[in-house]
Design a protein around this ligand. Structure first.
Ligand SMILES: CC(C)(COP(=O)(O)OP(=O)(O)OC[C@H]1O[C@@H](n2cnc3c(N)ncnc32)[C@H](O)[C@@H]1OP(=O)(O)O)[C@@H](O)C(=O)NCCC(=O)NCCS
Length: 139
């Protein structure tokens, strides 16, 4: 019990792999969640009492920023941690250089992202049995 100390900070890309794997793709081997350009990304983690509970990764290409692999460990979901982390990320990405923030959103998460100013585009696809819609926020 007691206060739950919360902190968001940058993390090394290797620190994202376990949560990506167990939360997003538990049926795949761990290599499935390692991205070829992880080294070029900015990775953020939300810690509660020094334990990593929520992660997200951002990749900047020219004037566009894509965020990917957003996940909160199962037993900590629905407590506002993901929202805290995404709010932090959106602030980080709100710079003069970034004109568009986008993501491939799992269809069941579009309402969540709409709260952060993301809008659905008309582009969608399926991968690994999951349906996605591309969402974006124009600066
Ligand atoms: C998407 C995900 C990262 C969100 O993380 P989270 O830490 O659960 O996020 P939050 O707790 O901020 O918000 C989750 C829900 O709890 C609600 N919530 C937020 N704060 C809350 C609080 N203090 N108390 C109760 N509920 C709260 C939110 O309104 C949200 O509701 P919704 O599901 O209807 O949108 C998490 O669900 C997850 O890891 N899912 C599996 C992987 C995944 O789908 N990733 C996204 C791919 S696009």
């Amino acid at each position: 019990m007691g206060n739950r100390e919360m902190e968001v900070k940058r993390i090394p890309y290797e620190s994202t792999w376990n949560i990506r794997h167990e939360v997003m793709w538990p049926g795949q081997v761990i290599d499935y969640v390692k991205l070829p350009n992880d080294k070029n990304g900015s990775h953020f983690g939300l810690f509660v009492n020094d334990k990593l509970v929520s992660i997200v990764s951002a990749f900047i290409s020219g004037e566009e920023a894509q965020f990917r692999k957003f996940a909160t460990v199962k037993e900590e979901q629905g407590k506002g941690y993901g929202s805290k982390l995404l709010t932090y990320l959106m602030k980080e990405l709100t710079t003069d250089r970034i004109e568009r923030i986008w993501c491939n959103a799992r269809v069941d998460k579009t309402g969540f992202y709409e709260r952060f100013g993301m809008k659905k585009t008309d582009r969608s696809f399926s991968k690994g049995g999951i349906d996605y819609i591309i969402m974006e926020r124009i600066a």
